[in-house]
Design a protein around this ligand. Structure first.
Ligand SMILES: Nc1nc2c(ncn2[C@@H]2O[C@H](COP(=O)(O)OP(=O)(O)OP(=O)(O)O)[C@@H](O)[C@H]2O)c(=O)[nH]1
Length: 481
């Protein structure tokens, strides 16, 4: 029978993130009958959007991510001192337990908890995205007809991915606030009262750029630069560039134009040639990796005693019930040794057909993918005294088959067997038979309720996790009737 879910879990993912470029500042002059020379009134370009990773319990792996994530660029400044709009951020969801390694670039921020609300109105992304809407609707020829391009217009040509990744640009080389003006560009038609409108369209569009997926691993990988461990945590991985200055910035409030920073007098020609290209957004190449949720996964049929065992092994207090599916989510416990600590997950009970999503099905199986070693917890008492349960060796076979049906090779990881409920009458004989039927694998007889055999099991788990006694169960080695 073919597994229903054939897609492999993606737990390692390379991501190229690029913040939106800043919009260009506008160079325009407001002229009138009385003022032929005109006064500069070009607004600043808007800031580009950020690329944000947000930790969420709603996603399990990286399969929903795209390799290239680009935030929107800021809108261009416009005449009448209208600043460009802020480029829209691009936020993507990553699973809980995401570890970020940095291959190229740098992270502009550290992990932070999502703010509750109260956004700065100038920061609301995508309020008016003039550039994207205009550029998507118009052909470059249309735009040229409307805007006179300058020599810098070849900034429009999208750089190849490799070129841009080679030299990550720090987003904030200088601080220009695009927020000072209350006017946001609102009209696409030429406003009255100006005669010249130079636009420097430096739009960089990497979406659609075919980038080599297998860039050689850089030797300067910075490992574990950040971890997202709680839902709601966010991190900005690429920051939008600041918008370029409009020519008004150079000439505020005076007939003779002055540089706001140095206070030097500047000529009208200087004002016209003011550097108004928005800054490029920062770039980063990341390697995302999923942390395993636990070192050891306790796998067993419902009611086998997994939660009881976790409680006996650690200080965890999982809910124990005499009915199936008491455990709906994995409970985690810590096993503390003198020199090490191991995490153990009690995974919800598995039934035949779980790979077809019966019982808790896939939810359960997905948890197993994120553990390093497996401890199969078998109920020795399930079939004794005329009970209608499944004998432990068949439980073991069913468990392994379900893992394999779900994903081939899942049962290959190092494992041991816990023979639970050894206290029950007749369980000793069943245990002996189990040892004969499942040779070559460590089997630990345990009474989880009383804590008997638990310290031996703890030693066995430690050796397994440390790789001192690597033992893998093979389906063919189980002797069935
Ligand atoms: N006699 C005996 N009963 C046990 C032992 N361990 C667990 N039980 C009982 O078995 C029942 C099921 O225990 P749980 O620990 O909830 O089993 P589980 O495998 O976590 O069950 P699910 O949450 O449904 O997956 C409870 O009534 C426990 O008291 C044991 O060593 N001996």
């Amino acid at each position: 029978m073919a597994p229903l879910q054939e897609r492999k879990m993606i737990d390692r993912f390379r991501l190229w993130a690029k913040g939106g470029d800043g919009g260009n500042g506008c160079s325009s002059f407001r002229r009138s009958r009385h003022d032929r020379r005109g006064r500069p009134d070009g607004g600043n370009g808007g800031r580009g959007g950020d690329v944000i990773l947000e930790c969420s319990a709603a996603v399990w792996d990286f399969s929903s991510l795209q390799h290239h994530i680009n935030a929107k660029r800021g809108g261009h400044g416009a005449p009448k001192n209208m600043i460009g709009s802020r480029g829209a951020d691009k936020a993507v969801l990553v699973p809980v337990g995401t570890v970020i390694h940095l291959l190229e670039g740098e992270l502009p921020s550290s992990v932070e908890k999502k703010p509750s609300g109260a956004l700065d109105p100038w920061d609301i992304p995508g309020t008016l995205d003039f550039v994207s809407s205009e550029s998507s609707q118009q052909s470059p020829t249309d735009r040229n007809a409307k805007m006179e391009k300058t020599d810098n217009a070849d900034a429009t040509s999208a750089p190849s991915c490799k070129e841009t990744l080679k030299e990550p640009t720090p987003a904030s080389r200088f601080q220009v606030s695009s927020r000072f003006s209350p006017s946001i560009y609102k009209s696409q038609n030429e406003p009255e009262g100006y005669s010249e409108w130079e636009d420097l369209d430096g739009e960089t569009n990497m979406s659609g750029t075919e980038c080599e997926e297998n860039l050689e691993e850089s030797e300067q990988i910075q490992y574990n630069v950040a971890e997202l461990t709680e839902p709601g945590q966010r991190i900005t991985v690429a920051q939008g560039g600041d918008g370029g200055l409009g020519n008004l910035h150079y000439a505020k409030g005076s007939k003779t134009y002055r540089d706001n920073d140095s206070n030097d007098e500047i000529s009208e020609d200087d004002v016209r040639a003011a550097p108004n290209i928005g800054l490029a957004g920062s770039e980063a190449v990341l390697l995302l990796e999923l942390k395993s949720i636990a070192d050891v996964g306790l796998v067993g049929m419902p009611n086998a005693g997994k939660s009881t065992l976790l409680g006996a092994l650690s200080r965890a207090k999982p809910i124990v019930g005499h009915y199936a599916f008491t455990t709906l989510r994995p409970n985690l416990g810590n096993l503390n040794y003198d020199d090490l600590s191991i995490t153990v997950a009690d995974i919800p009970g598995l039934i035949r057909g779980a790979h077809e999503n019966r019982g808790l099905g896939h939810a359960f199986l997905r948890h197993i993918e994120r553990t390093k070693v497996l401890a199969y917890v078998l109920d020795l008492a399930a079939a004794i005294d005329g009970r209608k349960g499944i004998p432990p060796w068949e439980q073991l076979k069913d468990l392994m088959l379900e893992l394999e049906f779900y994903r081939e090779g899942l049962s290959d990881r190092p494992s041991l067997v816990v023979a639970n409920k050894i206290d029950e009458v007749g369980a000793e004989e069943v245990y002996e038979e189990l040892r004969e039927r499942v040779p070559g694998v460590p089997i630990f007889p345990v009474c989880a309720v009383l804590g008997e055999g638990v310290s031996e099991l703890k030693d066995g788990l430690k050796m397994l996790v440390n790789g001192e006694e690597p033992s893998t169960l093979k389906l063919d080695n189980i002797l069935l009737d």
